[in-house]
Design a protein around this ligand. Structure first.
Ligand code: G6P
Length: 366
């Protein structure tokens, strides 16, 4: 009851600004500088079990699914175990094969999403083991799972998820680091990631200072009838979540596409009326991304880039410069400006930001 939007105007904005504190809380007591690893007391996995499973399957709905996609990339990249994320709402209806050598992970802020809960029960019925990545302590999904990680993100009131999404990706980085260090990752790389994780709260603080710039861009990139979001590999789930945020609160039609797939169809949608928001981290795919931006510019498309440095004006009309994390952790930071973009677009359009039409915070029906 004493949780208020305070001076922030809306819960969504307050929760965006809560993120440095929420990330700090989720990291507290979990990082080990000496061994370059993470300690997650609730996992209920012995080091031997952590070494033995052969795949990771992540399941959740909405933003939880996209956070899971970032998680799957982190786990596969760091722990070198094949991992993927699928909407729980699809998985539970397709009679999936449950494999005893797969570690299943259910993701849910509320811990009450019916499709996700039913997925956990279906996996367990067929003998699978499920970890939960859940915010609400003691919720149905948390109780049903065989172990897991609590987000400790604090309450999230706004229907559209912001801080729970970010904290979920941080917790997947912890899980990936933990698994990686019992499998294949060197102590030095582990320590590098621990330092990178510790830096996140202050880096998020730096991003929040960009709010005025982002609010100024919201008119041009967040209120037109159609917006395209693109990213490659690490940038791809960031683009998907960015498009979902914009849809949810501004009701703008936003489409997310892998930058690599643009030329196989959606390039036909590009015109001066349909701007693109491009995720362009300074990683090994930077040059490939610049080529894609050139293809969009050649069709008269306007581009807002999220990048680690100002892009040439011939390739991007505007750049939001985001602080650089360790490369594996970049997606955690790159999503945050997109939350602010969606928020300010919705405010400009006069929508009820915390209670978007047709949506519920937690979908407890089928
Ligand atoms: C609803 C909300 C989304 C949320 C999804 C999953 O659809 O509107 O914002 O991502 O449920 O919620 P959960 O509580 O399971 O993370």
């Amino acid at each position: 009851d004493d949780y208020q939007a305070e001076g922030y105007g809306h819960f969504m904005r307050k929760e965006i600004h809560d993120q440095p504190t929420a990330v700090e809380r989720t990291l507290r007591g979990r990082l080990d500088d000496r061994f370059g690893t993470a300690h997650l007391g609730g996992l209920n996995l012995t080091p031997r079990e952590s070494r033995e499973f052969k795949r990771v399957k992540i399941l959740g709905c909405g933003s939880a699914h996209y956070a899971g996609q970032i998680g799957a990339q982190l786990i596969e990249e760091l722990a070198r175990v094949p991992a993927d994320s699928e909407p729980a709402s699809e998985f539970r209806y397709r009679n999936p094969l449950i494999d005893p050598d797969t570690l299943y992970v259910a993701v849910s802020q509320s811990g009450e999403t019916y499709d996700t809960l039913a997925t956990v029960q279906e996996i367990q019925r067929k003998g699978g083991r499920v970890l939960g990545v859940v915010n609400a302590v003691g919720s149905s999904i948390a109780r049903q799972c065989d172990g897991g990680i609590y987000l400790h993100a604090g309450p999230e009131i706004s229907v559209t998820s912001t801080k729970a999404f970010t904290v979920t990706t941080v917790d997947f980085a912890l899980l990936a680091l933990h698994l990686a260090r019992v499998r294949d990752l060197s102590p030095a790389d582990g320590q590098r990631l621990v330092r990178g994780l510790r830096a996140l709260p202050s880096q998020i603080g730096e991003i929040l200072k960009l709010e005025d710039q982002i609010a100024g861009l919201a008119q041009e990139y967040g209120t037109c009838p159609n917006v395209m979001f693109i990213g490659r590999v690490r940038g791809w789930p960031v683009a998907r979540e960015g498009a979902l945020k914009l849809k949810e609160v501004s009701y703008v039609h936003a489409e997310a596409y892998p930058a690599s797939e643009l030329k196989h169809g959606p390039l036909a949608l590009i015109s001066p009326e349909t701007p693109t928001v491009a995720i362009v981290p300074d990683d090994e795919l930077y040059d490939k991304n610049l080529t894609t931006l050139g293809e969009i510019k050649a069709r008269g498309g306007r581009i807002l880039a999220l990048a680690h440095r100002e892009l040439p004006s011939a390739l991007a009309d505007h750049t939001i410069v985001v602080p650089r994390a360790e490369p594996e952790l970049d997606p955690i930071l790159l999503g945050i400006p997109l939350q602010m973009l969606a928020y300010h677009a919705a405010v400009l359009l006069g929508h009820d930001v915390d209670h978007p039409r047709n949506l519920a915070k937690s979908v407890t029906v089928e």
